[in-house]
Design a protein around this ligand. Structure first.
Ligand SMILES: [Zn+2]
Ligand SMILES: [Zn+2]
Length: 352
């Protein structure tokens, strides 16, 4: 089979590898579509999470390994003891790798497992003709949702999960900083959790049409000052809830300053550098800082929203590439045109 194997920075090779064998509790999946995630881009451009010298804390793997964790496919073979699934079932999966033994895993919060890893980082991932996944992490793709759309469910699940952590946000004024796929997932999460008004901020006009179509307000912060805008948008009350989806000190600071006393601030961005956090402004009015890590069962909710027509995945897919030309057409293209793209999908099987 073909696989996109990471050997080092900007050294991603499309190689022939043997089809993997599912062990007990696992299934082998023929991959139809896979999505390029921000973390895949990190692997390509750095900083990487793929272990190079020190073996992965859960799997013991080191590079080279196959990247990718967002995908849809069909079950090709079942490992020993797998029940409830059949060959040919249409599936997507939570790509987390978890120990199953720690307190977090035992309580169902396996997204914060002490030894947490991900497909494509701690073990061979989905940018390949076949991938092996634990049966317990599978989600059936409902009738009415196609394989291409289902490949977008995983990143959307991150925003839905983060929203669950915030508790009741009905009727609240929400601001989302960063309109990438994670911010858009947060937008849908907040919208369908009953948030009042939702403002999405980003650079450039690329997302305006999409956000407005779904009833949100979009602000281009290359032209407008976000703090001034939020102050007037809320008649000086400021935001009830802010999602920070970029991972920079500047936007985290902004998130704190545009939030009202008692507000909830959800940090979803991945920080390349340790930020200085304005603890006094947080504390002076009991603003609460939340963080969110991936998701648990929220892929099912994302798939349901697609089935109900509440999320049209096609509107989020801005480019399609093939596995054979993934480096040039996918990663190198994204380096040049990243902000314009929401989700780039790889058409792997070419069959559906
Ligand atoms: Zn992802
Ligand atoms: Zn665990």
């Amino acid at each position: 089979m073909r696989a996109a194997v990471w050997h080092g920075y900007k050294d991603l090779r499309i190689e022939e590898k043997p089809v993997p064998v599912p062990h007990a509790g696992q299934v082998l999946i023929r991959v139809d579509w896979a999505g390029i995630c921000g973390t895949d881009r990190h692997e390509y451009e750095g900083p990487n999470f793929i272990p190079v010298k020190k073996p992965h804390r859960l799997t013991g793997r080191v590079a080279p390994l196959t990247i990718g964790h967002e995908f849809s496919g069909r079950i090709e073979a079942l490992g020993e003891g797998v029940t409830g699934w059949n060959v040919g079932d249409r599936v997507t999966a939570n790509g987390s790798l978890t120990c199953g033994k720690c307190e977090a895993c035992r309580s169902g919060r396996y997204n914060i497992c002490q030894k947490l890893g991900f497909l494509g980082v701690g073990d061979d991932g989905a940018f390949a003709d076949y991938v092996v996944v634990e049966a317990a992490k599978l989600f059936a793709i409902p009738d009415g949702v196609d394989q291409r759309s289902a490949a977008v469910a995983e990143p959307l699940a991150c925003g839905i999960h983060a929203t669950h952590l915030l508790g009741d946000i009905r009727e609240k004024d929400v601001v989302i900083i960063g309109p990438g796929i994670i911010g858009i997932g947060a937008f849908f999460g907040a919208k369908y959790a009953g948030a009042g008004r939702i403002l999405v901020s980003g650079v450039g006009e690329y997302r305006r049409e999409l956000i407005e179509k779904y009833g949100g307000t979009y602000v281009d912060v290359s032209k407008v000052d976000l703090e001034e805008y939020v102050a007037s948008w809320t008649d000086g009350r400021l935001a009830d809830v802010v999602y920070e989806c970029l991972g920079s000190e500047k936007t985290l600071d902004q998130a704190i300053r545009i939030s009202k006393p008692g507000a909830k601030i959800m940090v979803m961005g991945v920080f390349g550098k340790k930020p200085v956090v304005d603890m006094n402004t947080l504390q002076e009015a009991e603003r609460v800082l939340y963080t969110s890590q991936a998701h648990v069962n929220e892929i099912a909710e994302a798939l349901d929203y697609m089935k109900e027509g509440k999320i049209i995945a096609d509107e989020l897919i801005t480019r399609e590439v093939t596995l054979d030309t993934l480096v040039e057409d996918g990663f190198e293209y994204l380096i040049k045109h990243g902000p314009e793209q929401i989700k780039v999908l790889i058409n792997i099987s070419g069959e559906c």
